[in-house]
Every structure is written in structure tokens, then in C-alpha cells.
Design a protein around this ligand. Structure first.
Ligand code: F0G
Length: 362
């Protein structure tokens, strides 16, 4: 309760409670990235860095609400399937609330920082022989049998908290420029954020705080090896076909069955947005681009910038647009990917002479 009214809870009027289980979360930076803006070629570009939340991803915004609900209900055990970040956030917020936490992770496909967090925050970690979608199937079964309380983004209270990403972006952008952004570009896995942002926009329009024509175009980005939403948008389909085989270095969005698609597809369509797939090389390049501006993100996050670049090159995004890219997780989540993209340290002898020689000093 020290944090009542801060961050996510500043928007309590749009949330089911006045306060939550809080660390606290939200109030993340909306970075300027002037060189990247020039390079991509848009009128304005800001980066909303959700990696700056307490456990290093946007998931904290959902958990502060979701775990509060679980505490209210008096459930015995919290659980989620996860590509990593959800498990880290649930473990931390579960620990904060003094509750037992069970997480199911796809074996061998979760970045090191995320497993470390879940472990230290004392979740019970099950490494499942299967991909994320299988883990989610199992957790849903457990929840239906009353064994656990589900805290994946199928839980609507999670998405209530994640709406505040939209509120913060819109508020800060308007404070700085006197208008709302034309477009918000975000990585898509289960499409929870896409759904949450769309709900935030609808509520603002209903409240008269935003005109319908001011609603930003929701633009989803997936990795080419895990792009069922993009497939559905490109085909004009009303349903998303589940991909059984998925692969990408952006393991956070290595997802073949985006469970929030029924809520997210209308969001993309009705806001005049689109969806695009980017390959792993483009993701790595975008991760470097952001890092050169001082903004350290994990691969899935960089997908947003890679997607913007591709859509700009295709002329889908215009040069006169004001754009916000969402970066969803911190660089330290996936140290191995960071080394891969940035290069390894150089071994050198332990003397000034050795170092001088190594760097080619005169
Ligand atoms: N970016 C990151 C860093 C993520 O961890 C996730 C999802 C997404 C984007 C996709 O967001 O599902 O709202 O479309 N990670 C989940 C997890 C699946 O288990 O941590 P979405």
C-alpha cells in the first residue's frame, strides 16, 4: 500500500481495485531514439520500454492485478505456462503475496535470465517436454480441474492491468506533442497486449477522452517462424490456424496458438492496423539498433522495430506518421542472445602492457 496510486495504480479508475499486489510497476520510459527515427524515416518515433518494469517485462502490469484477484479469491496455488517472462513475473508477485506458484516452461526454450528469476523467487518450475502451446494446454486443464488458479493472459484481469501501457503511451505522447500517435507497433505472441491496448482505446473513446479517428493503428509483429496471426491478417481470416511447429531466436514469442486472437484480430482490423512477420536476422539487427541508442532489449522486443522498418520500406507506414514501438522485455532477460548480437569479450593478459598491445596503443 506504499505504492497506492503510483504507476499502474494511477489508473485505478479503469481497474477492478484501488490497489494491487505491487512492487510497484508501470511508469516506464518513452524513449526518444533520434538516430533510429532518421534511419527508419518516420515523423516521430518513441520507444515505450516495458523492460523497465520490476521483473523486466510488461507482465508485471498484469500480475499486480491478477495476483490481487487470486489473493481475494483465496486460491491455494497460482500457475502459468510461459516462454519465460510470465513465469518470472508470476513468481515475483506470487512471492510478494506469500502464495505458492507453479510454472510450466518449454524445456530448453526459455532464456536464462527468466528461469533464474522464477527459480530465485521460489516458483516450482516444471520443464515440459513440448512447446509453449502444449504447456498452456496442460495448465488450462489443471485450472479446469480446480488444481490451480490460471494467470496466463487468458485471465481477463491480467489484461486489465496491461491496458495501462496504452494509457501511459497516449498520455505522455500527448503531453509532449499535443496529439496521440498514429500507430503503435508491438510484438505479438499470445496477442494479450494487442487485446489489452484495443480495450484501453475503446474505453477512452467511450469516456470521450479520445475521438474514434484518433485511435492509433494497432500493428502486430511476429517472428517469421511463429507467425499464425500474420497469416490470419494477410488472409483476412476470422480465425487463427494453430501452428504446431514454431521456431525463432525470439523465444518469448515462440508461440503457435495465440489464445487472445479472437480479441486481438478485431483490434488490428478496426484500428486500421496490420500485422507483419520479420526474420531472425532483422530482429537481431533491430536489437543492435536499439542498443546503439542505449536501449537494451531482448529479441522479442526488437521485433517491433524490425516490423516498423519493414512496413516503412514497403510503404505501408508513411513517412509522416508518428509511431510508438513497444519493447516488452529487458536485455538481461536473454544474455546469450545479447552476446550473439553484440559479440564476445576478448581475453587479454593481466598487465597494462598486455592491454596496450592488445588495443594497438602506440
Ligand atoms: N514480448 C515479450 C518479451 C514477451 O515475453 C511476450 C510474451 C510477448 C512479447 C508477447 O506478448 O502474448 O501479449 O502478445 N510472453 C509470454 C510469456 C508468452 O510466457 O512470458 P503477447
Amino acid at each position: 500500500d506504499d505504492f497506492a496510486g503510483e504507476g499502474v495504480w494511477r489508473y485505478a479508475a479503469a481497474l477492478p481495485f484501488e490497489e494491487g499486489v505491487s512492487l510497484p510497476e508501470g511508469h516506464t520510459p518513452l524513449h526518444e531514439v533520434p538516430r533510429l527515427k532518421e534511419d527508419v524515416g518516420v515523423n516521430r518515433l518513441r520507444v515505450k520500454h516495458e523492460g523497465m518494469n520490476p521483473t523486466g517485462s510488461f507482465k508485471d502490469r498484469g500480475m499486480t492485478v491478477g495476483v490481487r484477484v487470486a489473493a481475494e479469491l483465496g486460491v491455494d496455488r497460482l500457475a502459468c505456462a510461459s516462454t519465460g517472462n510470465t513465469s518470472a513475473a508470476l513468481a515475483a508477485y506470487g512471492a510478494r503475496a506469500g502464495m505458492e506458484t507453479l510454472v510450466l516452461l518449454p524445456a530448453g526454450k526459455v532464456a536464462a535470465g527468466k528461469v533464474a528469476q522464477a527459480s530465485l523467487h521460489d516458483a516450482r518450475i516444471l520443464e515440459v517436454d513440448g512447446n509453449f502451446d502444449t504447456c498452456l494446454d496442460i495448465v488450462q486443464d489443471l485450472a479446469n480441474r480446480g488444481e490451480v488458479y490460471l494467470l496466463n493472459s487468458l485471465n481477463p484481469f491480467r489484461l486489465e492491468g496491461q491496458k495501462t501501457i496504452g494509457f501511459e503511451i497516449l498520455e505522455e505522447f500527448r503531453d509532449d506533442y499535443g496529439r496521440f500517435p498514429d500507430r503503435i507497433v508491438l510484438p505479438v505472441g499470445n496477442a494479450g497486449n494487442t487485446s489489452a491496448l484495443f480495450k484501453a482505446f475503446r474505453e477512452l473513446v467511450a469516456a470521450g477522452a479520445m475521438q474514434p479517428e484518433e485511435v492509433p493503428a494497432l500493428t502486430g509483429v511476429q517472428a517469421a517462424g511463429a507467425a499464425p496471426m500474420v497469416e490470419a491478417v494477410e488472409n483476412g481470416a476470422d480465425e487463427v490456424r494453430r501452428w504446431e511447429e514454431v521456431e525463432t531466436r525470439a523465444t518469448a514469442i515462440r508461440i503457435g496458438n495465440p489464445v487472445n486472437a479472437p480479441k486481438a484480430l478485431p483490434g488490428i482490423r478496426e484500428t486500421g492496423g496490420t500485422a507483419v512477420a520479420v526474420d531472425d536476422e532483422a530482429i537481431t539487427e533491430a536489437q543492435r539498433d536499439l542498443a546503439r541508442e542505449g536501449v537494451g532489449v531482448e529479441p522479442a522486443s526488437a521485433a517491433s522495430v524490425a516490423g516498423l522498418r519493414k512496413l516503412r520500406e514497403q510503404g505501408v507506414v508513411d513517412a509522416d506518421e508518428d509511431v510508438v514501438c513497444l519493447t516488452t522485455g529487458h536485455l538481461l532477460k536473454d544474455p546469450d542472445a545479447a552476446y550473439e548480437a553484440g559479440g564476445d569479450p576478448e581475453p587479454v593478459g593481466g598487465s597494462t602492457e598486455a592491454v596496450r598491445e592488445h588495443i594497438g596503443a602506440e
